[in-house]
Design a protein around this ligand. Structure first.
Ligand SMILES: *Cc1c(COP(=O)(O)O)cnc(C)c1O
Length: 512
């Protein structure tokens, strides 16, 4: 019998796929990658507080460290290795020009505590980016400091809470209810609840949009705001958005828009024209700054004239001597500011990347990007809807939603299907979100992908759908077959994370 790719190796490694141990398990504690002369005899004066055990830090040389992290970086499907159609996350390509700009020493080496006279260029960059965001959204003000989309939601809702309090209609006076569509991202209800509001869900109608009659029926003097995503998480434009804005304002409430899906409408619709009071923009989605793995994000919040006075500090303003920072609540235009979201001014590295992206595209380029994103999603929808099941009729915006109806009676679940995609070299789409359809599969190709890549993706999805329907459930239940790890117990990993590595038992160390 011949040998093939399944032939075991002596090490367990499989060529470039190396069985990587934790950094702590490599090298010996106490060793160092650097040779230093032995320290001169010192008289320890720590007495009883002197450390008696080793700290357990790994002792590795520079090449060992480089290999460790390079190998780890190769174990994931990422945007730099494959198509990453994770719906709602806008995993677009981060042009390397952005990285080049962010690494310029004048930006990369800035320190937030530098004297103001030495950071004029940085203030100018923040101010220019703020101008672009205001122009693209048609809103008069923007708070730049929030560090992510969810942080931006918190910022916008804190501004709303402050504005309501200012007019004597705060939570204490009864404006306590926040309306949130059932399809909302989990961060929306979480934000409202964290700020002491009660969350009241609004059902979707048969078209995947807010049920306008149900929404109107919920309005009342205790409603503080609506938090609406547009385009929504079903990938659909909320066609009644102007009626919704008018109705919430008539009822004395304010309009928060989750702008995470701004990529679908940049250069085409200005949220300010739709009656929105606050909206966060995920620079790390729409404007290509890198994300994944929890950071670093950046979530500036545009604000209407009604909310602008309540914006957080610090903010960059035009003073008599040029650009300067307003850092203190209670003066210099920040009389009504609700306070501070963050230690400093925001994610400078992301500001540089986002502005590089905007300036290299120009206004027409940004408009084309949103058009191409929508075109790509509709192409995927059109080429898959005969073998998969789309719960809502198209056309869609920048992402296309399928449910698990096409897998009915196959014994294959959305999760199994996603695992099989990994073997084919694709990062799975978003699964089981939004909650309004069963077994959701939310696909967002973004404008980065070429027709050729999309055709490859479509062919793969069609082949997998046909395989499931042909009755090969067993194959799906075992997938993935080719990843470094197979099915992980993600629930236990999330609920009982092991965050601290402990050294080998002391006895073993003592015996050596
Ligand atoms: C990504 C996203 C958020 C949250 O943004 P983060 O930067 O991850 O905190 C909120 N709402 C929607 C619809 C999103 O897609």
């Amino acid at each position: 019998m011949g040998y093939d790719r399944n032939t075991p190796t002596h090490t367990g490694n499989r060529a470039l796929d190396i069985e990587e141990r934790l950094v702590f398990e490599q090298g010996s504690p106490g060793q160092s990658g650097v040779d230093l002369p032995p320290p001169a005899a010192v008289e320890p004066r720590l007495g009883a507080v002197a450390r008696r055990r080793t700290v357990g830090l790994p002792g590795l040389s520079e090449p060992e460290v480089v290999r460790h992290y390079t190998r780890l970086s190769q174990k994931n499907l990422g945007i730099d290795t494959a198509m990453y159609p994770l719906g709602s996350c806008t995993m677009k390509h981060n042009p390397r020009l952005n990285e080049k700009m962010a690494r310029l020493p004048g930006f990369a080496d800035l320190h937030p505590m530098q004297p103001m006279s030495t950071v004029r260029g940085a203030l100018r960059l923040i101010d220019t980016l703020a101008d672009w965001l205001k122009m693209l959204t048609g809103m008069p003000a923007v708070a730049m400091s929030p560090g992510a989309g969810a942080h931006g939601e918190l910022c916008g809702m804190m501004a709303i809470r402050a504005a309501l309090e200012d007019r004597g209609e705060g939570q204490g006076q009864g404006r306590r209810r926040v309306l949130v569509p059932e399809s909302a991202h989990g961060t929306n209800p979480a934000t409202a609840a964290a700020l002491g509001f009660t969350v009241d869900p609004i059902p979707a109608d048969g078209r995947g949009r807010v049920d306008l009659a149900a929404f109107r029926a919920k309005l009342g003097p205790d409603v503080a705001a609506i938090m609406l995503t547009n385009p929504n998480t079903c990938g659909l434009f909320e066609s009644d958005i102007i009626e919704i804005a008018d109705a919430i304002h008539e009822a004395g409430g304010l309009f928060y828009c989750d702008g995470a899906n701004f990529n679908a409408i940049v250069g085409r619709v200005r949220p300010g024209d739709l009656g929105i009071d606050a909206m966060h923009i995920n620079l790390h989605k729409t404007f290509s700054t890198p994300h994944g793995g929890g950071g670093p994000g950046s979530g500036p919040v545009v604000l209407s004239a009604a909310l602008a006075p309540f914006a957080p500090v610090p903010s960059v303003v035009h003073g008599p001597d040029g650009l300067t920072l307003v850092e203190h609540v209670g003066r210099d235009g920040a009389e009504k500011s609700f306070g501070r979201m963050k230690g400093f001014h925001g994610q400078m590295g992301m500001f540089v990347r986002a502005l590089a992206y905007m300036l290299s595209h120009g206004a027409d380029g940004l408009r084309q990007a949103s058009g191409d994103a929508v075109l790509n999603a509709n192409y995927v929808m059109a080429r898959l809807q005969d073998v998969m099941s789309a719960p809502f009729a198209g056309p869609c915006m920048h992402e296309v939603l399928f449910d698990d109806h096409f897998l009915h009676d196959t014994g294959v679940s959305t999760l199994d299907f996603a695992k099989a995609m990994m073997d084919e070299g694709f990062h799975p789409m978003t699964m089981y979100f939004p909650l309004v359809v069963h077994g959701a599969m939310l696909i967002e190709p973004t404008e980065s992908e070429s027709r050729e890549t999309l055709d490859g993706f479509v062919a793969t999805m069609r082949a997998l759908a046909e395989r499931a329907k042909a009755g090969d459930a067993e194959y799906f239940h075992g997938a993935p077959y080719h990843t470094p790890r197979r099915r992980l117990d993600e629930t236990t990993a999330a609920r009982k994370p092991i965050l601290r590595w402990r050294p080998e038992p002391e006895t073993k160390a003592a015996a050596e």
